[in-house]
Ligand binder design. Structure first.
Ligand SMILES: Nc1ncnc2c1ncn2[C@@H]1O[C@H](COP(=O)(O)OP(=O)(O)OP(=O)(O)O)[C@@H](O)[C@H]1O
Ligand SMILES: [Mg+2]
Length: 335
């Protein structure tokens, strides 16, 4: 349903900074999200995950590449039309508190976008009320308990549910959840993750799930695809469980090794721990493997040629791919 081809985003150099080179935040990224499907992106800070999400939600324009949504090439549309069209993609950001105006009640926060839609669709205030109750029920909140409240009177989990409810007012086809639970109290995270999963299963909303946390990608992205992003490029992609269970790329292996929840549960492979070395090299020439300066397995070829992403279902960009099992076996029905 959504098809992204060769997405690239170059930010101009910031003035006044030393070594002012333009920043290639996203480079030739390709992926698709099927209807009711889920795609997760993992990668370190600064790898370009948020930039991809913001482009998809129409908040940032790509430098090049194409975005197809339901057979329409969005990048070819005039800006106003594109904005309207991209309402089908709603972004859920990290901080629900920042996303809500502290001076507006929940009723007002949900009423504002609903009034716009009611006007467009020729609906009245009764429709707005029904719809408001409907989206709140969908996110597991009893309307009477929140409508007159202000954001600070709710828990972080409830606030994020309200943000999701507001996104649902426009009937989105896709939710982009960018670190959507990282600022929520740990005890409330699972509930919000479950909600994202349920919205996908019950209402067919597709999910682009952006995270540092492989464990939540595995939970939300069951039967989905996982993309491992390194310095703006996809370096491994494929079915989520398969990548976690049989990662090819040393970077993926190092990311997985660093996750305590996934380690040593049962039956881990012989290669239990692959270190993630410090990243001190800012600019890496196009002619070498991006990960080579940090890779414990780098060989001469890695310093001479950038590996392309190869393979179809489970793809990787490594000259010397070796499956190293660093986590326990993934059980299909878990979670
Ligand atoms: N508006 C901007 N202007 C200039 N550079 C930017 C801008 N937005 C992002 N960048 C740069 O683009 C790169 C990717 O940033 P992005 O925020 O997409 O990473 P991320 O993977 O979401 O990181 P994090 O995990 O910390 O959220 C970084 O080098 C960042 O500094
Ligand atoms: Mg980010």
């Amino acid at each position: 349903m959504i098809e992204i081809k060769n997405l690239t985003k170059v930010f101009p150099a910031r003035k006044g900074l030393l070594g002012h080179d333009a920043i290639k935040a996203v480079a030739n990224v390709c992926f698709s999200i099927p209807e009711a499907g889920s795609v997760s992106f993992i990668g370190e800070s600064g790898s370009g995950k948020t930039t991809i999400g913001r482009i998809l939600a129409g908040l940032e324009t790509p430098s090049s590449g194409d975005i197809w949504i339901q057979g329409v090439n969005v990048t070819k549309m005039p800006q106003a039309e594109r904005r309207r069209f991209l309402r089908q993609v709603q972004l859920i950001q990290q901080d629900p508190y920042q996303a809500l105006n502290p001076a507006r009640t929940i009723e007002q926060a949900l009423g504002d976008p609903l009034k716009v839609i009611a006007r467009e669709r020729g609906q009245d205030s009764a429709w707005i009320q029904t719809r408001m109750h409907d989206v709140l029920h969908r996110v597991g909140i009893e309307p009477g308990s929140v409508l007159n409240k202000y954001p600070h009177m709710l828990s972080g989990g409830q606030r994020q549910r309200i943000v999701i409810a507001r996104a649902l007012t426009v009937d989105p086809k896709v939710l982009v959840a960018d670190e959507a639970v990282s600022m929520i109290d740990v005890s409330l995270r699972l509930g919000v993750l479950k909600l994202l999963k349920d919205l996908r299963e019950q209402f067919g909303i597709s999910l682009l799930f952006i995270t540092h946390d492989v464990a939540s990608a595995r939970y939300v992205g069951q039967n989905g695809q996982l993309f491992v992003i390194y310095k703006g490029m996809v370096i491994e992609s494929g079915p989520t469980d398969q990548i976690i269970d049989q990662p090819y790329h040393p970077y993926t292996q190092a990311l997985l090794s660093a996750v305590p929840v996934l380690k040593g549960l049962e039956n881990p492979g012989p290669d239990r721990f692959i270190p993630l070395r410090g990243d001190d090299q800012e600019l890496i020439p196009d002619t070498v493997c991006l990960y080579q300066p940090r890779c414990p397995f780098a060989q001469t070829k890695c310093r001479e040629e950038r590996p392309a992403l190869q393979g179809t279902e489970h793809a990787h960009a490594c000259h010397f791919p070796v499956v190293r099992r660093v986590v326990a076996t993934v059980r299909a029905n878990e979670g």
